[in-house]
Design a protein around this ligand. Structure first.
Ligand SMILES: C[S@@+](CC[C@H](N)C(=O)[O-])C[C@H]1O[C@@H](n2cnc3c(N)ncnc32)[C@H](O)[C@@H]1O
Length: 246
């Protein structure tokens, strides 16, 4: 069964209506998780500066609400929506969400030159070296991201290290390309507290990363009904900014 979920972001300076098609199926990438609306609200709240002229990549995007808000309101230089290479239907969902919101996706592989901003959909499995990313970045055809987005990617302890491996690799790649006065790349993620005993603290250390918590109240992410969606409801959501240690 398919249905459309409507999100209405608004403040005193504007409004944005986003339509996300969802499917009632067991796979994680088929519907929008409560974390997504919190991250999307952050992007909406900071749309005037956060992502302007930045290369942005969303990991585990699924229905891709944060990316849709970034594409519509963020003035990005480029945006890549990525999901698990082994779950083509989740990757297809990224495309469906773009189409539902009149966002053109670049058809050509590895082409970031012709159109600005260029929006792409790719497979990227955490913990693995993805040939498209590896080759594209090596050849300078696919940008290393300035900002990586991830909503509800830390849903299972077994994949924590895989995500952090991928994030660390991408951040290291970008760091090797920037000058001393340019902004450091970072990973913005929201996660749902499902098990108070599980933590990524040791893994952050292992992968040379540190993190700062972002206060949800500072951007209107602490409500129960963000963007008139009924989400995140009573779920406990937290937000982190993760970057490489100095
Ligand atoms: C809980 S869902 C979150 C989806 C979306 N970000 C949201 O918040 O609505 C987790 C997402 O991670 C993707 N995923 C799961 N395992 C993955 C892996 N090993 N590599 C890359 N993506 C993965 C799933 O396909 C799914 O889209």
């Amino acid at each position: 069964m398919e249905s459309d979920r409507i999100f209405q972001f608004q403040d005193e300076k504007g409004n944005l209506v986003v339509n996300i098609p969802e499917k009632a199926e067991a796979a994680y990438g088929m519907y929008t998780w409560p974390c997504a609306v919190v991250l999307a609200q952050y992007i909406w709240h900071k749309r005037k500066h956060l992502l302007i002229n930045k290369h942005v990549l969303e990991l585990g995007a699924g229905t891709a609400l944060p990316s849709v808000v970034a594409a519509k309101a963020g003035n990005v230089a480029s945006l890549t929506l990525a999901d698990d290479t082994h779950q083509p239907r989740s990757i297809e969902n990224c495309r469906i969400s773009c189409a539902a919101n009149s966002i053109d996706v670049c058809g050509l592989k590895l082409n970031f030159v012709d159109r600005k901003p260029c929006i792409k959909v790719e497979g990227l499995r955490w913990g693995e070296v993805n040939p498209t990313f590896f080759y594209g970045q090596l050849k300078g055809l696919l940008p290393y991201p300035d900002v990586i987005l991830g909503s509800d990617c830390f849903f299972d302890e077994n994949i924590y290290e895989k995500i952090l491996f991928t994030v660390s690799h991408l951040l290291e790649g970008k760091m090797s390309k920037i000058g001393p006065h340019e902004d450091k790349p970072y990973f913005l993620c929201t996660y749902q507290v499902r098990n108070a005993n599980s933590s990524i603290g040791d893994l952050l250390h292992l992968w040379n990363l540190n993190c700062a918590e972002i206060d949800l109240h500072s951007f209107g992410g602490d409500g129960h009904d963000i963007a008139s969606s009924g989400m995140p409801g009573n779920h406990e959501i937290r937000m982190l900014k993760i970057s490489l240690k100095d």
